[in-house]
Design a binder for this molecule. Structure first.
Ligand code: SF4
Length: 667
């Protein structure tokens, strides 16, 4: 599906696309980074939308409340009084973007500053985009309805690799040149933050800067420096911004490649620009800004509840997990901070449920006492507490029973692999006994189903490991039947392993879609005899694209652009994903996707993402990779001794387990 097509096909496809460009936009050639660039588009969308015009069309689109703003707790500041204005752009639909905690934090943080203003903008759903293009409306912010291009900064939140074409679509709808090299004085600075920025290389030609690490630590400094230097030429401003720790300005680096296509180096082009960009970290989460008045949407969003971030980071060190490496070290909030924040958020929103959020909430020190305290304080008013993530053990089920006395939502566990051997390889330290104790406790407590997360295509996986998944599901089913559970419902959600940068598996090849499909069929055939067990698979083609982008380099940018021009957008949505168009885009650009996904990398290879310093040492990642091959697990440094990942000394931070103190004051 991703193979490079024949030359004749390429010429035809290229000619068609060229014609399509001429008809749609007209274009002129611009040379950027030595590649033919087809940007410099004449912007057709020029009109600022008014509220009256909008109300005229709202009934013709799905979920109109996505586009109206005016929600409870939304903040509309005086445009003329703000010295720096930033549009926070989420390249997905409103319901997804509004569920994102990072966006809520930055919204409140920036707007709490008298000099700055931040407004929201989301990707319009295709029905609304059609209206906007037909009417000639520019992309606007939800607070002031101002065109996005009138802001000083447009800051994208990059949460996943499959949102890249939506970024381009939003820039085009906003009338902002897509390529950073085509932007002129007066155009906004287009920046991004979020987990994808730990390897931003495939999209670097579209962005002026990236903020690496905890946004609340770096964004205000970025805006202050921008404010102080706003009268300087754009290039000069970017050079100054690049000296802030945690700010990566890709246009100030030269990238060169070896003959075999691997990266030779990423070199700063100026004095004073860091050779590696270090991530920024909030050390004390108690003192960090937290939004106590989050916006309450008019429509149901994906996570429609109050959110309490109890800690940041996770030290379990699963070898496939990028967040576990890049959000280090663990930093907890104290009980008293959490109690005060919960009280305020509930009062200010009217939500009847509060979710304790983090990468691994059941690992928060004293989590049971925290939950008890929150239920005691708010339970009488009918407010529920929920835990988004559980450990696979009976303790977690006890906790879940405590918090879900009224509504028994689905219990989920993530063994990730079907055999103990493979779980040791990936350092998922869950024993089968723990897992079985957890599901038995769940059935005893009244749940009639559980959901289990697995991955296929993991390094060293064999068909025996796939059989292990089925054996485990069979044992879980047996436990339910032994407890006399009626209408037993066991779901296994099976995703595809995608090797990610900054993890011990960054050197590993990814399985091609055809092989993943074969493993999917194998499992489907064999599960037929297990009544009450349902398998849910992720699409292999989508995972493949994710894998290409995750470990990609700058050469992918023109393929992303081509894919967008061919019609790709909302690539993370099954109904819109077009593997055929992506395949065409790679072929037209002479890019072999397997180069990025299917090959094993050497320890000596220089990676595009080496420019970003997450604080975790490469030597540690190599040793973890070696241990995985030997099937040796590594303990969690929260409970055991430091295993030397390097993040604490490199970033000058430390583990902060202040939840251990309960309600006692920190000495
Ligand atoms: S440096 Fe040591 S203590 Fe700090 S996060 Fe890494 S392993 Fe844990």
């Amino acid at each position: 599906m991703w193979s490079v097509g024949s030359t004749a096909f390429l010429h035809l496809a290229y000619a068609q696309r060229k014609l399509c460009f001429i008809i749609r936009q007209g274009f002129e050639h611009v040379e950027i980074g030595g590649k033919l660039n087809l940007d410099n588009i004449e912007v057709r969308n020029k009109k600022q939308v008014g509220r009256e015009e909008l109300s005229r069309v709202l009934l013709s689109v799905n979920r109109p409340a996505r586009y109206t703003g005016g929600e409870y707790n939304s903040i509309v500041k005086d445009w003329d009084k703000a010295s720096v204005k930033i549009a926070l752009a989420f390249p997905d639909v409103y319901e997804v973007g509004m569920s994102h905690l990072g966006g809520r934090i930055l919204y409140g943080l920036v707007n709490s500053q008298p000099d700055y203003l931040l407004e929201r903008v989301f990707a319009p759903w295709p029905d609304m985009e059609e209206v906007m293009r037909r009417e000639g409306w520019v992309l606007y912010s939800l607070e002031s309805f101002r065109p996005v291009r009138e802001f000083d900064v447009v800051g994208f939140s990059l949460q996943y690799e499959l949102s890249f074409t939506n970024v381009l679509n939003m820039l085009e709808l906003a009338g902002i040149p897509l390529w950073s090299g085509s932007r002129r004085e007066g155009d906004p600075l287009v920046i991004a933050g979020g987990p994808v920025c730990f390897n931003p290389e495939p999209v670097t030609p579209f962005f002026d800067a990236f903020l690496i690490g905890d946004g609340e630590e770096v964004l205000l400094e970025f805006l202050a420096v921008l404010n102080q230097n706003r009268d300087r030429p754009r290039k000069e401003v970017l050079s100054i911004l690049a000296t802030i720790e945690g700010v990566y300005v890709p246009g100030l680096y030269k990238v060169s490649y070896n003959d075999d296509g691997t990266l030779r180096e990423t070199r700063p082009l100026q004095e004073g620009i860091p050779s590696r960009v270090k991530k920024r970290v909030v050390q004390n989460l108690d003192q960090a800004y937290y939004p106590l008045n989050p916006v309450v949407p008019f429509l149901d969003i994906v996570h429609d509840r109050a959110v309490l971030e109890v800690m940041r980071g996770c030290q379990r060190a699963c070898r496939f997990c990028q967040a576990g490496m890049t959000y280090r070290p663990v930093r907890e909030k104290s009980f008293s901070t959490l109690a005060n924040q919960a009280q305020a958020v509930l009062e200010n929103t009217g939500y009847e449920e509060i979710s304790l959020a983090s990468l691994s909430t059941a690992d928060y020190s004293n989590v049971e006492r925290l939950v008890e305290a929150l239920i005691k304080r708010h339970g009488a008013r009918g407010i529920g507490v929920s835990l988004p993530s559980l450990r696979a053990d009976a303790f977690s089920v006890k906790l879940a029973s405590e918090v879900q006395k009224v509504r028994k939502t689905t219990l989920t566990f993530a063994p990730e692999a079907g055999t103990e051997r493979l779980r040791r390889v990936i350092n998922k330290n869950v024993s089968e006994e723990d897992l079985m104790a957890a599901v038995e406790a769940a059935f005893t407590a009244g749940w009639n189903g559980v959901k289990l997360y697995f991955m296929i295509g993991l390094p060293t996986e064999t068909y025996e490991d796939l059989d292990g998944i089925l054996d485990l599901l069979s044992r879980v089913r047996g436990a339910g039947r032994a407890k006399g559970v009626k209408r037993l419902n066991i779901t296994a959600s099976i995703s595809n392993f995608v090797p990610k940068p900054h993890t011990p598996f960054q050197w590993e090849p990814q399985l091609k879609p055809a092989e993943l499909e074969a493993r999917r069929r194998y499992l489907l055939n064999k599960v037929k005899g297990l009544k009450g067990v349902h398998l849910d698979f992720h699409d292999p083609e989508t995972s493949y694209l994710e894998g290409i982008m995750a470990r990609g380099d700058r050469r992918l940018a023109s393929a992303i652009y081509r894919a967008y021009r061919l019609g790709c957008k909302f690539d993370g949505w099954k109904e819109f994903f077009r593997a055929d168009l992506w395949s065409q885009a790679f072929a037209e650009d002479n890019i072999d996707p397997d180069f990025y996904t299917a090959r094993r990398r050497e320890y000596t290879e220089v990676f595009p993402w080496d420019i970003i310093d997450s604080g975790v040492d490469k030597e540690y990642l190599i040793s973890e990779h070696e241990r995985s091959r030997l099937g040796i697990s590594t303990p969690d440094c929260r409970y055991d001794k430091c295993v030397g990942c390097g993040v604490c000394p490199t970033l000058g931070v430390e583990l902060d387990l202040r939840g251990e103190e309960g309600f006692a004051p920190k000495s």
